[in-house]
Design a protein. Structure first.
Length: 222
C-alpha cells in the first residue's frame, strides 16, 4: 500500500476532521485547534486535488510579492482559492498547542515547485502546510517512491534550478549526510529562510524526496 513517506516515518498515518482546516475565519480557526488538544478521528479518504502547490518560490525569484510564510490561515485560504481545506486533506491534525498540520495528495506529476524542478518521470506528489499560532510556518512538497539514484538526481536538479537566482546572500549550505538522509539547499542568516530538499527513506525501504521552506530560526528552534 502506498503511504506518504514523511508521515509514515513518524507513525502518523491518520486522518482527522478539524474545523480549523475549513473555510472559517482566522479567529475561529485559532480557537478550534487551540482548545481541542491533540485528539484526532478517522474519516473517509480525501480526494486527489487537481491543483499545484502555491508558488512559494516566486517570491524569492522576484516574480511575485506574495510571501506565503507568515500568512494567517484565513489569508492563506484566500490566496489559494480555498482549495486546501479540511474536506480535501489526507491528514489534518493538531501538533502541540496552537499548531496545525494539513497534508494533501496532488496525484502524479513529472515536475515540482510549479515546473521549476523537472523529474525524470511521474511520481506521486503530496504537499503539506504547518501552522503555528495561526501563521503558516512551513511548506513541504514530497515526491515518491523512487530509487536512491533518482532521488539524488532530483536533489541536484533542485540546486541547479535555484543556484544564483535567489536574493543576494543566499548560498548553498554544506550537504548534510545523516545515515540514509541527505539534505541540500540554501540559507542566508538565522533570520532568513532555509530552502532545502532532502532524500530520505520510509519504513518500507522506499526512497523519496521532500522540499521544505521554513525560517531557519523556526526550523532549528533558535
Amino acid at each position: 500500500m502506498r503511504s506518504f513517506a514523511f508521515l509514515a516515518a513518524a507513525g502518523l498515518i491518520t486522518v482527522c476532521t478539524l474545523t480549523s482546516c475549513g473555510d472559517n475565519s482566522s479567529s475561529a480557526d485559532t480557537a478550534s485547534y487551540a482548545d481541542t488538544g491533540s485528539q484526532s478521528s478517522e474519516t473517509s479518504a480525501a480526494p486527489v486535488i487537481s491543483s499545484e502547490v502555491p508558488d512559494v518560490m516566486a517570491f524569492f525569484l522576484g516574480e511575485s510579492d506574495t510571501e506565503f510564510i507568515g500568512m494567517s490561515k484565513a489569508d492563506f485560504d484566500e490566496a489559494t482559492g480555498k482549495v486546501f481545506t479540511e474536506k480535501n486533506a489526507v491528514t489534518c491534525e493538531k501538533r502541540g498547542e496552537n499548531s496545525l498540520f494539513a497534508e494533501y495528495s496532488l496525484g502524479k506529476a513529472d515536475s515540482i515547485l510549479n515546473g521549476r524542478v523537472p523529474l525524470s518521470k511521474e511520481y506521486d506528489i503530496s504537499c503539506a502546510f504547518s501552522f503555528k499560532d495561526d501563521k503558516l510556518i512551513k511548506v513541504t512538497v514530497t515526491a515518491q517512491p523512487m530509487s536512491r539514484e533518482e532521488a539524488d538526481a532530483i536533489c541536484e536538479a533542485f540546486l541547479k534550478a535555484f543556484d544564483g537566482k535567489l536574493p543576494e546572500g543566499y548560498t548553498q549550505f554544506k550537504p548534510s549526510e545523516r545515515g540514509k538522509v541527505r539534505e541540500v539547499g540554501f540559507t542566508r542568516t538565522k533570520d532568513d529562510y532555509c530552502i532545502s530538499i532532502t532524500r530520505d527513506e520510509n519504513l518500507d525501504g522506499e526512497k523519496y524526496v521532500h522540499f521544505d521552506l521554513q525560517m531557519y530560526s523556526e526550523r532549528y528552534g533558535l
